[in-house]
Design a protein around this ligand. Structure first.
Ligand SMILES: [Zn+2]
Ligand SMILES: [Zn+2]
Length: 260
């Protein structure tokens, strides 16, 4: 499996997952041009994508969707509530929109959406399963038992670690926005991400801490906070931190053997 986090953070999100020779994009929250160029730098053409999975309708997850759809006509998969909310925000041909409820199969990969607690119509995280397991969970007010369960057993896990509570409290955001971020339908604090990792029974192979706030977090800080909490629990996990502007690439060693 190869994962390219093209961008992650409050200003735009897009992640490409390649598993068993199938390529899927999750969210299109940066411009279509950035997505095209970002993929091209890894030798990938957008036409190779089998589809786009959308977590929810907030702008930082869909900003490039209209243009991307116009250029490449890729099928878009999301919950019904998300598609309804999307239809107010983007102009996408109806035939590209595919509502999902339970699991579905995309080019041989099992794709599952799981509900997240966030202030959007019907936000979800995604699990993609084939010869390996990939899980993405961002934009979480808190880790519900349903989400905690969905995080189990990933080879690569992308998990939100949005803010440091002290930076948020002391920062310049107006109080209603601070309250929204900290609420059960807002975003996940660094320590809460760490505790969700610590609680896992079937630990992930690699963890990407993602969707960092530009105002209320620092990459070094999130890594230190999460490492410290895990260390105190006697847990050591390979961690990396996704950035807003530079892509992050991860791959697993799993070799595919094909009968020739
Ligand atoms: Zn959101
Ligand atoms: Zn977001």
């Amino acid at each position: 499996m190869q994962v390219v986090v093209l961008a992650s953070g409050s200003k735009g999100n897009a992640v490409m997952v390649e598993m068993d020779e199938v390529k899927i994009l999750i969210d299109a929250g940066i411009s279509a041009t950035r997505i095209r160029k970002g993929l091209a730098s890894f030798g990938i053409e957008p036409e190779e994508l089998s589809g786009i999975l959308i977590t929810h309708e907030h702008r930082d997850h869909i900003a490039g969707l209209t243009t991307l759809s116009k250029w490449y006509h890729l099928p878009i998969f999301a919950r019904r509530g998300t598609l309804a909310a999307l239809s107010c925000a983007v102009t996408v041909p109806r035939e590209l929109l595919h509502p999902v409820a339970g699991d579905f199969v995309l080019e041989g990969l099992k794709v599952e959406s799981f509900a997240t607690s966030h202030d959007a119509a019907e936000s979800v995280g995604w699990r993609i399963g084939g010869s390996e397991q990939f899980v993405l969970a961002t934009d979480l007010g808190f880790v519900t038992s349903n989400v905690q369960q969905a995080l189990e057993g990933a080879d690569i896990l992308v998990l939100e670690a949005n803010y440091d509570p002290d930076m948020l409290q002391d920062g310049s955001y107006p109080w209603p926005l601070k309250r929204r971020i900290m609420s059960n339908r807002g975003h996940l604090a660094n320590a809460d991400a760490a505790w969700a990792l610590a609680r896992l029974k079937d630990r992930p192979g690699q963890v990407v801490l993602a969707h960092l706030s530009e105002e209320n977090n620092r990459p070094e800080m999130v890594e230190e906070t999460v490492r410290k909490i895990l260390h105190r629990q006697g847990i050591d996990l390979p961690l990396s931190v996704a950035r807003q502007t530079e892509p992050l690439v991860l791959s697993t060693e799993n070799v595919m053997y094909q009968c020739s």
